[in-house]
Design a protein around this ligand. Sequence first.
Ligand code: GLC
Length: 467
Amino acid sequence: MPTTIRISLILVWLAATTFAQTNPDGTADTGDLHGGQKLSNTESPEAVAKRLQWWSDARFGMFIHWGLYAQDGCFWKGKDGQSEHMMLKLQIPIAEYAKIADDFNPVKFNADEWVRIAKSAGMKYLILTAKHHDGFAMFESPSDDYNIVKRTPFKRDPVKELAAACHKQGLKFGVYYSYGRDWHDPDVPTDVKADGFRRSNTWDFPDEDKKDFAKYFERKVKPQVRELLTQYGPIDVLWFDTPEKNTAAQSRELLDLIRKLQPDCVVNSRLGYHLGDYTVEEQTIPADGNPLPWESCMTLNGHWGYKKDDFNWKPTSELVRNLVDIASKGGNFLLNVGPTGEGVIPAPSIERLHEVGDWMKINGEAIYGTTASPFKKFDWGRCTKKVTADGTTFYLHVFDWPKDRKIFVPGLTNKIDSAALLSVYPKKPLKTIPTSEGTTILVPEAAPDKISSTLVLKIKGPVTIRN
Ligand code: GLC
């Protein structure tokens, strides 16, 4: 092969691998890790870790999907819109969809109350959909009138009120921003997906070839990101979604803008091109976690936005165990609520969050500020870890309480300085039996907690684990 052709082929391959915008199956590249690629930050790992410190310690946050689709619980004119993607699913013309705004008046919205609910669950941060795929801004946007303050009888700014409530109550506050999808803007194309459909507005704007992402980027994305970062004090997280037709240069420019306006703002990897501070999993927990900072976002029922006929609420036990599982793999859990068109978080969500909070009040020490388990999998539960100047603490989260009253930790052969149940006061030491294969802890007959009971093992000095 002539050298020039070979070089061209290599360049094409490089461009395709470096700037691929879709996965081979046609789904959007979420910007997460794939094929072992690393986040392509130009900063040192120490600088990223410093920015992420509060976030890594927090471990548990609230996601809030709230927008016009919530008005009638993802139904429109009696038709089932399926989800917060209602505008796309029912191909609702902009002129019609915008009419929802005329009646959108969530008078029961109370930012302090929402933050109290998150706090009572033990959550440490909150992320609100400032703009979802429908393109409607849930904040006052001077650059674009299609926003809650300008277009609804409500006239209030939820981002402003929630930012203030979070700052007052000591929670971190972040915003979700739909980057690669905007069904209100004429210039946002998407690829044809594996199911044969695009995710762009092809009913109001059928000619995809005329769409120019750069125009949308300059007209809407950049101004709105700037507004979000300048109107509300600290924005602790910028949670992007659906990077697709944006270029690497655009994502980089956005990151530079964020770093200039709010250098401490944590950014997720859905900015695209493996940029950002941490990677995102959706509705899943990877079997082996991820060595990079990562977060798993999940719904409380089957939907992100309020869906009035979805009563399929996850049990509290599943929520708590997911939190433990994620923490044991070094990740954060971002658990979603979908408030109604009146501005109310559904009662079944609140109930479950309170129950998670009851568990966290006792066991939070074993979640906050912990790092991933160094052990191979246990058949009885999970482990989280804390290392301090005094030594190492292992928190053993026991899901299945043993009938024979023995918890075995394979690979742990160090001298155990103390072992106790976290929930029992005053602390009663538990007997530990060391062997060359690991350590057995003798526990009382009854599980202290039906969902997950925590044992605390303290070890002075360095720990070696024989996995
Ligand atoms: C899914 C949904 C989208 C939601 C997102 C959260 O991709 O389609 O509506 O905002 O999950 O990660």
